[in-house]
Design a protein around this ligand. Structure first.
Ligand SMILES: Cc1cc2nc3c(=O)[nH]c(=O)nc-3n(C[C@H](O)[C@H](O)[C@H](O)COP(=O)(O)OP(=O)(O)OC[C@H]3O[C@@H](n4cnc5c(N)ncnc54)[C@H](O)[C@@H]3O)c2cc1C
Ligand SMILES: NC(=O)c1ccc[n+]([C@@H]2O[C@H](COP(=O)([O-])OP(=O)(O)OC[C@H]3O[C@@H](n4cnc5c(N)ncnc54)[C@H](O)[C@@H]3O)[C@@H](O)[C@H]2O)c1
Length: 635
């Protein structure tokens, strides 16, 4: 008997299992193939715009994604570097094999957690759900295809793209599978249909891979890694052997990326064969991710663009295979090869694997509570691609919260729901459970009202209070965590306390093209200037050498954008105060005549957990919210 069983060992499942185990639950993770734990289904890149912030949030909640990435990075870029640190976005490409092994190693190092191989065929139920939740059933365990049965008080379902997955290459090739080379999950979906859960279909796609030994690299621009400037996980600053005592990096050897172009010859080929593409030839009807478009989409939707950028990304040290980023496609394999060979430098290329599209089941996430628990079946939680999202990071973020709340469910503790003002994970889950999805959901900075205060550099200070209160850390980790947070405070104190004389500051100011000093000022005042970094000031004044760079950048951002942050914080506080008002699931919205009919219907159907969630439902007006507050007072 386990407290929590997690079905699936992708990015949602592995995080869910760790979060539940860290919460004190006895956890089993059951997945199709143990060798594939943590498999990066598509490109081996972790992070990017908004997603990089989620990786750090997962890390601040005790997750493993950041640690695994740090152990496997072979190429790193800080995106948006030109735009100022408030919107910097870390993106790491990993050695695919190293990443998988790192995930497995981290899982096996986790107390309270066992991993097992097996395809879950069905859930086991107790008859009744609890009266309070209104659920019709309560989950009691799982049974695998081989007939092994395991009892559990909560189950987290994270089966990704495997739910009745069908892969397509061109219009004629259709293969049943969850991912290239892996079987789909069929029985579980049939059972959930029979239980009355709503199921829908989405699609996604992946590009072909090529043999790096058949590439003429002289025709591509070489892009080096910026690795020495960054660690994803806060824990690496202090505890692990990733850095040597003098701060040098001990990551895997870095590999270059190659930037090239799909030219007119390639786009013409795609246009000519467009009806043979699975997506355009009618083989697939379901909707795909708008923001991870296939190359067919790009050619059809942007016909005036004669060329499209491609990145050849290394798959790892143990292989010469390259991932062709930008060329996701479901054209027939011979057409894919011809398109590849139209690219300058790929004239003689060997295609090692064809790209394909995949259609899979997802469960519209408005069927969930904000805890990610099912409204229909007590103790059943959903996370990852099955909730209609796309992306490893979106999956990981949901996984942590589902695992945490599944454990808390078994411990009869209140679920933890992150606010929109606290994190991108809060925005993601709030959007999913209140608004639902009509295309695969991907995070962007624009989805957050608080994108200046919710940044990649301050994830730990935002979420450590949550993870600490939830009891996710061991004592030694807490010590490191407090030291890490203390470093930002110390950098801020030093900025206030350090006086910069004209003799020290002027060479820096002149080099940056900003006006020199008339008299000595505090470092904090100079750090407000957009051209000047706090690190440069500290280096010149000979202070702060013991502080991690990241803490100094975090302090600098707090100084530079203090005015904006203050405004967002006030707004966030208002939202928290108002939004925290709890709406019990037993409220009879149909009887609330002061609400509009649309509001009554939507509240009845979606059962928002708090006023903040009620306000995020599309179509709900400020008048409805005011009236709802008045109705609540009558209760
Ligand atoms: C071809 C392809 C292309 C993709 N391209 C992109 C992209 O460009 N951009 C992007 O953001 N995302 C892309 N994705 C999606 C990305 O892979 C997912 O968002 C991410 O992996 C989701 O993580 P997950 O944990 O929800 O599911 P997955 O990573 O799919 O993991 C599911 C896990 O569940 C296990 N499993 C399934 N059924 C069962 C069962 N019945 N019993 C036990 N275990 C089971 C599987 O073995 C697997 O370990 C792509 C996916 C595919 C397949
Ligand atoms: N079809 C799908 O649903 C699908 C497929 C693959 C990946 N993904 C997801 O997308 C995310 C990462 O994708 P991504 O980063 O390739 O795309 P992205 O669109 O997030 O890329 C972000 C930015 O990185 C730039 N970029 C891409 N490759 C680069 C490189 N090698 N060097 C420097 N800059 C580069 C791009 O120009 C873009 O501006 C992951 O979360 C992954 O799960 C989804």
């Amino acid at each position: 008997m386990f407290d929590v069983i997690v079905i699936g060992g992708g990015h949602a499942g592995t995080e869910a299992a760790v979060a539940a185990a860290r919460s004190g639950a006895r956890v089993a993770l059951i997945t199709g193939a143990l060798e594939q734990l943590g498999q990066l289904s598509c490109n081996p890149a972790i992070g990017g715009i908004a997603k990089g912030t989620v990786v750090r949030e997962v890390d601040a909640l005790g997750g493993i994604m950041a640690r695994a990435t740090d152990m496997a990075t072979v190429q790193f870029r800080m995106l948006n570097r030109g735009k100022g640190p408030a919107v910097w976005a870390p993106r790491a490409q990993c050695d695919r094999g190293l990443y998988r092994r790192a995930v497995r190693q981290l899982l096996e190092a986790q107390p309270n957690l066992v991993t097992m191989q097996g395809m879950v065929a069905r859930l086991l139920f107790d008859d009744a759900g609890s009266l309070a939740s209104g659920a019709t059933r309560r989950v009691a365990g799982v049974e695998t295809m081989e007939g092994r049965r395991f009892g559990a008080r909560a189950v987290v379902l994270t089966t990704g793209t495997f739910g009745r997955g069908t892969m397509h290459i061109g219009t004629d090739t259709r293969i049943s599978g969850g991912r290239a080379g892996e079987a789909p999950s069929v029985h579980l979906g049939q059972q959930l249909d029979a239980e009355g859960l709503t199921t829908e279909r989405f699609k996604t796609g992946t590009p072909p891979r090529i043999d790096g030994r058949s590439v003429d690299y002289t025709r591509f621009d070489r892009q080096e890694s910026e690795i020495d400037l960054f660690d994803y996980s806060w824990s690496h600053f202090w505890t692990t052997p990733r850095r040597t005592a003098d701060g040098a990096m001990r990551s895997p050897e870095q590999m270059p990326c190659w930037v090239g172009w799909l030219e007119e010859a390639g786009t013409e080929l795609i246009a000519k064969h467009i009806n043979e593409s699975a997506m355009y030839g009618g083989a697939i009807a379901s909707r795909g991710p708008r923001y991870c478009p296939s190359v067919e989409d790009k050619v059809v939707k942007f016909p005036d663009k004669v060329r499209h950028q491609l990145f050849l990304e290394p798959e790892g040290h143990d292989t010469s295979e390259l991932y062709v980023n930008g060329l996701s496609t479901s054209l027939p394999a011979p057409v894919q090869l011809a398109v590849l060979r139209s690219v300058h430098g790929l004239e003689d290329v060997r295609m090692t694997r064809a790209g394909y599209a995949i259609e899979y089941d997802y469960y519209p996430p408005t069927q969930l509570w904000p805890s990610l628990g099912s409204r229909a079946i007590d103790g059943l939680f959903f996370a990852g691609q099955v909730n209609g999202t796309t992306g490893y990071e979106e999956a990981g973020g949901q996984g942590v919260m589902a695992g945490l709340n599944a454990a808390r469910f078994t411990q009869e503790r209140e679920p933890i729901v992150l606010g929109r003002e606290s994190s991108y994970i809060g925005v993601l889950i709030n959007d999913l459970t209140t608004r639902g999805v009509d295309e695969p959901y991907r995070l962007f900075t624009s989805r957050s009202e608080f994108r200046l205060t919710v940044r990649q550099d301050n994830a730990l200070s935002r979420l450590a209070p949550v993870s600490e209160a939830a009891g996710l850390w061991q004592d030694a980790e807490l010590e490191v965590l407090h030291a890490r947070l203390g470093a930002v405070r110390e950098a801020l104190r030093l900025a206030e306390a350090t006086s910069m004389s004209p003799a020290i500051a002027d060479p820096i100011l002149e080099a940056a093209g900003t006006r020199p000093l008339a008299h000595a000022v505090r470092a904090v005042e100079l750090a407000r200037r957009s051209e000047i970094t706090l690190q440069v000031l500290f280096d010149a004044a000979g202070v702060g050498a013991e502080l991690p760079r990241d803490a100094i950048v975090g302090a600098e951002l707090e100084i530079k954008y203090a005015g904006y942050f203050e405004r967002e914080r006030l707004q966030a506080n208002r939202l928290v105060a108002q939004g925290a008002v709890v709406l019990p699931p037993t409220l009879d919205y149909a009887a609330m005549r002061t609400l509009s009919i649309e509001a009554r219907q939507k509240f009845e159907r979606l059962k928002p957990g708090t006023l903040a969630q009620a306000s995020a439902i599309p179509g709900i007006s400020p008048a409805d919210l005011q009236n709802l507050m008045l109705e609540l007072r009558k209760h």
